[in-house]
Write a protein that binds this ligand. Structure first.
Ligand code: SAM
Length: 245
């Protein structure tokens, strides 16, 4: 749930709830959400909130019943259609917990469709708590007014990632040099691949470069931290070939 905003809030509180949502449907919130709307945002019977389910857009709802840790809202009307984010997947070698959390939050705001933790030879963290990353993505989507949620995929080894990516273009961020990102990104299904803090090994670089429709991209002359490189690549893609273009 978003942090406590200034009072009164500029916009209606917004929550992700399990669907389906539709006119006249009544939604009972879980205890945490009821506590947030009731005790943090101080919503009372008759007050409005925005709900989305990741599939049917955003809906205006009104508080119908409220108690200490319970709340029911009735759906009234749709306030936003379901968005179609660009078909861009972001594969990143997990780094420490805080920068990984940060990466997931920002990649959700930037519009990534799918986030894939990839295990490489120099990956320092090979286990990630998917539930935790999903909760971070939900909070970021609530905040940035997304109506879709990025899929957070199971971590996988580099070889499996390269084998299971259907025919999308692989843009491989290579600190050792590559094509200028801005001139290379093209609209269409894309996979952005970011290496670990220690970088890819030469064997891995050969494997990636040998993969069909893979292209090495440069993110400029400076060596970026892995989490910075991930967001720089995603922002550049969105600006050139995504929904900012
Ligand atoms: N170990 C490498 C080194 O010291 O040269 C640096 C790796 S960097 C911290 C982590 C990842 O971010 C790299 O594997 C690459 O995918 C990406 N990256 C960082 N800076 C980049 C740049 N200027 N161009 C392209 N990719 C970059």
């Amino acid at each position: 749930m978003p942090a406590t905003p200034a009072w009164p809030p500029k916009s209606l509180p917004r929550l992700y709830v399990g669907g389906p949502l539709g006119p006249g449907i009544s939604i009972m919130l879980d205890a945490g959400q009821a506590n947030y709307l009731g005790n943090v945002m101080r919503l009372q019977i008759g007050d409005e909130a925005l709900l989305f389910d990741g599939a049917s857009g955003e809906w205006l709802a009104r508080v119908a019943d409220a108690g200490k840790k319970r709340m029911t809202l009735n759906i009234e009307r749709r306030t936003a259609e379901q968005e179609a984010v660009p078909d861009v997947w972001l594969a990143f070698a997990p780094v420490k917990r805080t920068p990984t959390d940060w990466l997931v939050e920002k990649a959700t705001e930037l519009g990534a469709a799918r986030l894939i933790p990839v295990i490489t030879q120099r990956t320092i963290v090979d286990r990630v708590k998917l539930e935790r990353l999903e909760a971070i993505a939900i909070e970021a989507a609530e905040q940035c007014r997304r109506t879709s949620l990025p899929e957070i995929a199971e971590p996988r080894p580099l070889a499996r990632l390269l084998a299971q990516r259907d025919d999308r273009t692989l843009y491989f961020a290579d600190e050792e040099g590559g094509e200028r990102a801005a001139g290379t990104f093209k609209p269409g299904p894309a996979l952005l691949l970011i290496g670990p803090e220690g970088g890819f090994t030469d064997d891995e670089r050969k494997l990636i470069c040998a993969a069909p429709s893979s292209v090495a991209i440069s993110l400029g002359p400076r060596i970026l931290r892995a989490e910075t490189a991930a967001l720089a690549a995603l922002a550049a893609y969105m600006a050139v070939a995504g929904d900012w273009a």
